[in-house]
Ligand binder design. Sequence first.
Ligand code: CMP
Length: 143
Amino acid sequence: MEKTFLMVKPDGVQRNLVGEIVARFEKKGFQLAGAKLMNIPTELAEEHYGEHKERPFFGELVDFITSGPVFAMVWQGENVIATARNMMGATNPKDSAPGSIRGEFGLTVGKNVIHGSDSPESAEREIGLFFKPEELVQYNKLM
Ligand code: CMP
C-alpha cells in the first residue's frame, strides 16, 4: 500500500488546524498509519530539508519548522502521494486552488500550513526520518 509523509507545520498546529486537516484525509478515504505531535530537533530539520540547503531561505525554513510543535503523520492508500499533494494545493498559497488546504488556510510560502512528500523516494526517506517501523500501525483487511 502506498504511503506518504505529511506534517502540519507549526503555524497549522498553533492555529488549531490539526483536526480539520486530519478530517480531510480521513474523509477522502485514506488510512492514518502513524502520527505524533513533536518538536523537531534542528539536526532533523536540516536533514529533512537537506535538498534546500543552498537556497537563501534555508535558515528561515529550519528556524520556522523548529519554532513550535508539528503534527507528523504517515497516511496510506491508493495514489496517496499525488492525491495528498493535490489536496494540499500549490506550495505558494497565492497559487493554491481554492478548496485546497493551502488555498483555504495558507497565506505565505514560508508559513504554508502543511508539508507533504513529493515522490515515492521522498516519502520513503521522510517516513524513515520521522518514524520507526514499529510506530506505524497495521490494519486488518476489512477495508
Ligand atoms: P515544503 O513543502 O515544506 O518544502 C519546502 C518548503 O520551503 C516549502 O514547503 C515552503 O514552505 C518553503 N519555501 C519555499 N520557498 C520559500 C521562500 N521563498 N521563503 C521561505 N520559505 C520558502
